[in-house]
Structures are given as structure tokens and as C-alpha cells.
Design a protein around this ligand. Structure first.
Ligand SMILES: C[S@@+](CC[C@H](N)C(=O)[O-])C[C@H]1O[C@@H](n2cnc3c(N)ncnc32)[C@H](O)[C@@H]1O
Length: 304
């Protein structure tokens, strides 16, 4: 690669449009967050600094997740105050169920709010029918934001339980009439099948875990599987794609790696790539807590 190839400049995206979620404080390897009316302490290895709020404030949280950041079986919630099994939350016009799951996740990755806003705007600006493939699509918040903006969405996740949660969120958001296909499948296998069938998509949203399993036990290992997946994605992009959003969590894949992966995927189209980190801003001291790396490709069309 030529030495004068431009150096990608990382961008920090912050999701600041929440009412129902707040990162209250962070530090000492943990974060204190509010989901609706309930507060939680969860492990956060990135928070290597000192917390701002007092121990008393932290101890007053409704529940504390005991254990490491890894999803090992020995970890569990310690509830200090009553928390319902599920409760409703909202992001703009999207409504959804939150839950303190045994895997420490709550059914929402709030740092994605900025991506939902950006993608919705792209769909609206396109002013043409847009088909989106959402892989590893979890509880469906990006799917619902896309559908609300007018896209036709294919939502793929390996877990039947998670898809059922996503469908409950669709009902809660009153988006039952929107064109969403709910697919329980392995993300790679489904994409390969779509490529063989000649199915095309105008936009891709890919939020893979570090390690996962398809419904038939198919193994997903980010470093091995992502290049194969993205290579297959070349065959399903339409002639006039709109965007690709790729995010990774807790893995040794920097924003720069995502840049070069997206460059390969979109080399035959005219567009631009931005990469960087997604972060949440603390209420306590305003520090930015990085939670994920992202890469985003956006088409550059000459407007007629
Ligand atoms: C949204 S991703 C990653 C979430 C978060 N970014 C993280 O790393 O913890 C998690 C989702 O991927 C799904 N998943 C895991 N392996 C999969 C596979 N092979 N095919 C399709 N979905 C998969 C899981 O069921 C889950 O809903």
C-alpha cells in the first residue's frame, strides 16, 4: 500500500439523545447506570480511573453484577432493591422492554443510539425504498429505528428467545405493520444463502459478538468469521448501496481494522468511510467511556 495513503482519523461518536438511560458514573473497573427508574452497577474494564460519586451512591444502586466482565457462569446479579422482571423504556418513538439478564446485558446497548439516529436520517434522505440486512440484530432496536424511518428490514439472530423479545418490542413500539422479516439463523449461513439466491440489500448493519453460536451450534469467532462474512456481503450489496455500519465490542479489532475491512467490501462503489469509537458520557464528571469500535461506509452519490 502506498506510503501516502491517507491516515484514517478516528471519530468519537456519543449517544446523547437519551431520556431513559444515563451513565451516572464510572471508575474502578465498573459503571453505574440508570435504565428507566432503576440503577445498576456492572463491570467495565475500560473505566480504569477513579469514580466521582461516593461509595454510598454506588452502594445505593438497585442491583450489582457480581463477577467479571466475561460472560462466565459464576457471575450473577445481587439485587439490593426490588427490580421488576421487565420494565418499559423508550428512545425517541421506539419503546422496548429492559431486563437484567443473567449475561449482565439489559436488552439495550445505549451507545448505539447515535447509529440509530444516523441510519434513520440516511433512510429518510434516500427517498427511495431501502432494503436493510441487520445481522446479529439482538432485541431489535436498530431494526425498529430503521423500520420506523421507512426501510424494509431483514433481522437475523441465532436466538429464538432474543427474536421473541425483539417482536415484543415491535408490538410495544406499535410498528407491527412495518415490513420486517424476523429470521432465526446463523448470520454467516443466512448471508451465504442470500448470496446464492441473488438477494440484494441497499444497507448492512453488522454488530457481531466476539464469540457466538448459530442455532445449529455453528461457531462464530470474530477474527476468523468476520472476513468470511464480509467477503460474502460483497455479493449481496445492491447496485446502489446506501450504507454499511459495522461495530465490534471487547475484541482486539481496532477502528483501523474495521476501516480496511469496509474498504475491501465497498471498493467498487463511490463512498466514504469513517471509523472510531462509540462512547457514553458520564453524568458525574463528563468523561467519555468508550464501549465499542465502529466503522461506517456511506455512499457518495451525485445528486440529480
Ligand atoms: C448484538 S451481538 C453482540 C452484542 C454486543 N455487541 C456484545 O458484543 O456483547 C449479540 C447477538 O448476536 C447473536 N448471535 C451470536 N452468534 C450468532 C450467529 N452465529 N448468528 C446469528 N446471531 C448470532 C446473539 O444471539 C445475540 O443476540
Amino acid at each position: 500500500m502506498p506510503k501516502n495513503n491517507p491516515i484514517p482519523q478516528p471519530t468519537i461518536l456519543i449517544s446523547e439523545n437519551w431520556d431513559d438511560y444515563e451513565l451516572l458514573d464510572s471508575g474502578a473497573g465498573a459503571k453505574l447506570e440508570r435504565f428507566g427508574n432503576y440503577t445498576f452497577v456492572r463491570p467495565e474494564p475500560q473505566a480504569m480511573w477513579q469514580p466521582t460519586f461516593s461509595e454510598k451512591v454506588w452502594n445505593g444502586a438497585h442491583a450489582h453484577f457480581q463477577g467479571s466482565d466475561d460472560e462466565d457462569t459464576g457471575s450473577k446479579w445481587e439485587f439490593r432493591k426490588k427490580v421488576p422482571e421487565q420494565w418499559q423504556m423508550h428512545y425517541k418513538d421506539i419503546s422496548f422492554w429492559a431486563e437484567a439478564t443473567p449475561f449482565r446485558h439489559m436488552g439495550i446497548f445505549p451507545e448505539h443510539g447515535c447509529q440509530w439516529d444516523w441510519m434513520s436520517q440516511q433512510i429518510k434522505n434516500a427517498a427511495r425504498p431501502i432494503r436493510v440486512l441487520n445481522l446479529f440484530a439482538y432485541t431489535g432496536l436498530s431494526t425498529l429505528a430503521l423500520a420506523q424511518a421507512g426501510a424494509q428490514v431483514t433481522h437475523v439472530d441465532a436466538s429464538k428467545k432474543i427474536i421473541s423479545w425483539a417482536r415484543d418490542n415491535q408490538v410495544l413500539s406499535k410498528l407491527e405493520e412495518r415490513p420486517i422479516r424476523w429470521i432465526i439463523d446463523d448470520a454467516l449461513k443466512f448471508t451465504q444463502r442470500e448470496a446464492r439466491r441473488g438477494s440484494k440489500y441497499d444497507a448492512l448493519v453488522i454488530d457481531p459478538p466476539k464469540f457466538g453460536r448459530g442455532p445449529k451450534g455453528e461457531i462464530w469467532k470474530l477474527h476468523e468469521s468476520l472476513p468470511i462474512l464480509l467477503n460474502t456481503c460483497k455479493d449481496i450489496l445492491s447496485d446502489k448501496p446506501l450504507f454499511v455500519v459495522l461495530t465490534t465490542y471487547a475484541v482486539k479489532a481496532s477502528a483501523l481494522s474495521l476501516h480496511y475491512l469496509l474498504e475491501e467490501l465497498t471498493s467498487r462503489y463511490d463512498g466514504e468511510i469513517i471509523v472510531g469509537e462509540m462512547a457514553l458520557r458520564e453524568k458525574s464528571a463528563g468523561r467519555l467511556l468508550s464501549t465499542a469500535a465502529f466503522g461506517r461506509w456511506q455512499a457518495r452519490y451525485v445528486s440529480k
